[in-house]
Design a protein. Sequence first.
Length: 208
Amino acid sequence: MDMQITQDAMGTHMDWKHEGVTPHMIDWFWSNLEKAVLLWHPEQHEPLVWAVPVTPGDPRGSVHIAPQTWNDGTRQNLYIRFEKLEDVPAEVRDYIVYEHVVIVGGLGFGPESMAKGEVFAYRIHQWEKTDYGVVGKSSAIDGKKKATPEEGMIWAAHCGQEIGNWGVFLPQLYELYKVVKNPLYNPFADLAVEGKGRDARFRFLPQA
């Protein structure tokens, strides 16, 4: 995987591309995190559970608990929510430039964070088809908590390993789960958007 990291006043960003991975596979991945999270980052991830499960066809509003330990040795038991685009600040949505996107919000480190619902940081992952596979961009953007550039680079190291591992396991895992036809156990949501930036809207998810 090719990767390039940049930083600006809003956060840290990583441009990447893969051969042999398709947008459809990445769309599938986001509704099936519990099947893949240990493969996504074997050294730092622990098993993932859903505090609010994915609704087949629409992951928005779901919350997963993602315990992990980053390169600085800090263990975090993160509660992470799949955001509705219209609930995300416009200046965060301005970073949407590709045809598929997911934005998640970090809520906190315990069940009480779900009741408060305040986002301390956003993560944008976006991607689109190329002749060779897929090109994309991942961003760590501040919410209520302001990250330092050094903290941004710690995230980039973690995220770079995650995104890089898509090329190692995702095509095979996606193919294996094709035999599971029940959407409750093998959900899928098409995360394609029309428009860019703050005007982006999901093409196939239910409209509010």
